[in-house]
Structure formats: structure tokens, C-alpha cells
Ligand binder design. Sequence first.
Ligand code: F6P
Length: 327
Amino acid sequence: MEYKLQTIGLLTSGGDSPGMNAAIRAVTRAAIFNGIKVKAIYRGYKGLISGEIHDFYTQDVSNIIQQGGTILKTARSQEFRSAEGRQTAYNNIKSHGIDALIVIGGDGTFSGARVFAQEYNVPIIGLPGTIDNDLWGTDSTIGYDTALNTIIEAVDKIRDTASSHERLFFIEVMGRDAGFLAVNSALASGAEAAIVPERQTDEDQLDQLIRNGFRKSKNSSIVIVAESEITGGANGLAERMRKEHPEYDVRVTILGHIQRGGRPTAYDRILASRMGVAAIDALIDEQRNIMIGIVNDQIVHVPFTKAIKDDKPLNDSLLGVIQILSI
Ligand code: F6P
């Protein structure tokens, strides 16, 4: 069958991330530049199933490069997990004349894309949009840099009060089950330690921290904790610390969804713009079922199966650097 690429469908799915709008702009404009029509699909796979599909033009993406969130809205669709849901999605793709899909999201988005691509003959290109940076095959995901900067801004403020009151703060950051945000925000904010799920097989990280004498030269301390059942979260660790060391004045801050919002950094805007153009180039080259990634500043193509394989390595040496610098 001859491959035709006249119209693409574009959606954002899963947790939003700063820079998604810059990616939407880049995909839309690169498509139109190449004579390809764009259909915007609202609310991710949910909107693909319910048929929230509208024509998109270059002016629809004006003035959004600097905005956080996603103008296309996003959702986590249960219905797309069912064969019936995906059949309806396919029917909508056909009835709107969509030849290929570009999906912006994280591992859940790409897992859905992979299954859909196996069942139906629809070329799909993914752009990594998640603050977690947990996709294999890319040095960075769209939104990760902004989230890191949001975290360190908050930690700098907490440090002021921690230091005035001579307190120990456990600050919990997002990442689902990945410690990238925790380790790099700890490094960038001068925290005493990062507690991450990737180290669960090692010696208990809290015991290690205490044994290293994390308070020997300081009266206030910051420990960044990656959210995860494995780490016990900031509340779990604080509770233990209060029991084992009642002499410490312990406080907890859970940064929460503030990490997902805000104006994207220059890095995320540039990354999103480059990746958006690369996604259209990939479709024109008849690539399918890949995620666009960036490695050593070069655009790469990563099969969905690899991108979602759940074992993107955390650079262990960074934990060593944090320890050295926290004496
Ligand atoms: O995947 C992005 C993320 O922000 C994770 O870091 C976090 O665990 C999760 O989404 C929170 O999801 P929700 O917004 O549905 O609470």
C-alpha cells in the first residue's frame, strides 16, 4: 500500500510538563511548513476516543512557546487500555482522515502507542514530555529541566528557614519511581543527600546518612527524597528520624504539583522545538513507532519498546559527588 502523509493527529497525554506547548507549536508549524495538515486531539487518548478532534492552523499555536501546561489538555485514559476503546480511536482516526499520530507524553503514553501501533496500521511518533526524565534513550525529556529549576528555587527558600531554625528538612520531589529529579536537584541545591528508589538494594540510605555524620559541621540540613514507596517518602523518613534521633528538629515539605507548572526554561523550549521538527522529519522519512530522543545534543530515534523499558540508569557517581560536597 502506498504511504500517504497528508494529515497528522497531535495529542498530549499523561502528566503535563513545561515545554509541551513549545512542542505542540513546533510540530504544528513544521507540519504546515511541509504541506501537512494538523488535527489537534484534545484530552489525549480520551479525546481520540470521544472524537474531540479539530483542525489546527499556525495561528492556533501563536504565543504559547512560553506557557506551561498544555493547550491541548491532557488525561490518563482508562478506556484506551481496552480493545474496544482502541477500536473507537481507530475509527475516529479514519473518519478524520488522519494518516499518522504524534503523541507527546511519558511511558504510559508510549505504552498505549505501542499497543495501538501493533493492532492498527497507524504510524506513530512520540515526543518525550515528562518531568520525570525516566525514558530510556534520551538524555533529557521535555519539562525535566524546568522542573529541576522549580525545585531548586523552592529548596533555596526552604534553606533560609532551615538555617534560621537549625532544622533538618526532608523535601520530597516527584519522579514516580525514578530518582533523576531528586539526585540532580540535590546536587544543584547543595543538599546533604538524595534518597532515591534506584538504591533500594544498598545499605539503608537513612542509616548511611546518619553514619556519615551529616550534621557534623552544620546545624541545618536538607535531604531530598524521591517520592516512592521504596524510599518511604519524606514523611516515612522523617518519622523514623524523629524516633531514632529525637534531638533533631525535623520538618517535611512535599513540593507536589508545583513541579509540573511554570514557564519552560530556555533549555526545554529549545529541546521541544528541535524535537517537534524532528518528529515531522521522521514521519516524512517513513519512520514509525519511535520516540524522538536527544543524546549528546544529537537527535536520535528510539523504538517505543526501548524507551519504556523501565531501566534508564541513574548515574550513581552523582550520589558520591553529593556526599563529597556535603562535608
Ligand atoms: O509522571 C509525572 C508525574 O508528575 C510523576 O512525577 C508523579 O508521580 C505523577 O505524575 C503524579 O500524577 P498526578 O498528576 O496524576 O497526581
